[in-house]
Design a protein. Structure first.
Length: 188
């Protein structure tokens, strides 16, 4: 499974490698409300300002003051130290690759589940229709015409064993579920 994923990842990284390495840049600033500097209690919520500026301008002077400079009226020296600005960079190529891999794995598992769902009725039908009691596997007849018949009997016996084990497992699961639900109702 991992062998199949590697070429896909390499192809995606190779084809998207011509773009910029970091596609999504932003400056995120969290500041107190303007009313905290103006000694006004009208607004008490914090401000969140997100802007697309170069990393050198990711500060109060480059992001906050152009938006609220007229409201704080010369109290920039009190307001700016309370602001916390961070330059955030994320690699969206890696995010795309991870999402593609997750979708691919989920699709593969869904196909496998559909295959097993289609196979289960066929296997159960064959096992129940061709059930023969097996007495001794080591006995073989030496006639050539019966060898093909024995191969069919052996394959039928193998299917019977698989079906028997599957039925046994299903009974055990039903029994475990019944015990769990009984204990759960007894605890309540």
């Amino acid at each position: 499974m991992y062998v199949k994923v590697i070429p896909i990842v390499v192809a995606i990284v190779f084809f998207t490698g011509t773009q910029a390495q970091y596609e999504d840049k932003r400056c995120k600033c969290i500041c107190p409300s303007v009313s905290s500097v103006l000694n006004n209690t009208d607004e008490t919520n914090r401000m969140l300002i997100i802007d697309n500026v170069p990393p050198s301008k990711c500060n109060c002077d480059g992001v906050i003051l152009p938006r609220v400079g007229d409201k704080i009226k010369g109290k920039e020296q009190e307001f700016c130290p309370r602001c916390e600005c961070k330059n955030e960079i994320r690699n969206t190529t890696i995010i795309k690759v991870v999402v593609i891999i997750v979708i691919w794995i989920i699709s593969l598992l869904a196909c496998y589940m559909a295959f097993l769902s289609c196979l289960d009725p066929l296997l159960n039908k064959r096992v129940k229709a061709n059930y023969q009691e097996h007495t001794n596997e080591d006995e073989e007849t030496s006639t050539p015409s019966s060898s093909s018949h024995q191969m069919g009997v052996r394959s039928t016996n193998m299917l019977n064993r698989v079906g028997h084990q599957q039925d046994k497992w299903k009974r055990q699961v039903r029994e475990q579920r019944r015990n769990i639900y009984d204990r759960h109702t007894m605890l309540n």
